[in-house]
Design a protein around this ligand. Structure first.
Ligand SMILES: [Zn+2]
Length: 85
C-alpha cells in the first residue's frame, strides 16, 4: 500500500507528481484508521498517490500506539449480498 517515492516521476504512467495533503485510510487488523492532511505526492495525470517511507512509518507508529487520535467516526458497513437480496 505504501509506495516508496524516489523522485517526482509517477511509477505508473511516467507523469508528474506534486506534493499535496489528503486523507488516507488504512486498515490495521480489524481497525480502520483515517489520517487527515497527510503529506503525499499525487500524480497529476493518473492520480496515483505516493507516500514517503518516513510518513508511512509515522502512520504505522500511530496505528500501533493510537497516541494522537483526536476523534472517532462511525461508518456504515454494507454487505453486497444484502443489497442484492
Ligand atoms: Zn501517474
Amino acid at each position: 500500500m505504501f509506495d516508496e517515492l524516489t523522485d517526482s516521476e509517477c511509477a505508473e504512467c511516467g507523469g508528474v507528481t506534486q506534493p499535496q495533503r489528503m486523507s488516507l485510510d488504512e486498515w490495521w487488523g480489524d481497525a480502520l484508521f483515517l489520517f487527515e492532511n497527510v503529506p503525499v505526492r499525487a500524480c497529476r495525470d493518473c492520480g496515483e498517490v505516493y507516500v514517503s517511507s518516513e510518513v508511512a512509518k509515522q502512520l504505522e507508529t500511530e496505528m500501533r500506539t493510537k497516541s494522537h487520535c483526536t476523534r472517532r467516526v462511525s461508518i456504515p458497513v454494507v454487505a453486497y449480498e444484502e443489497m442484492a437480496a
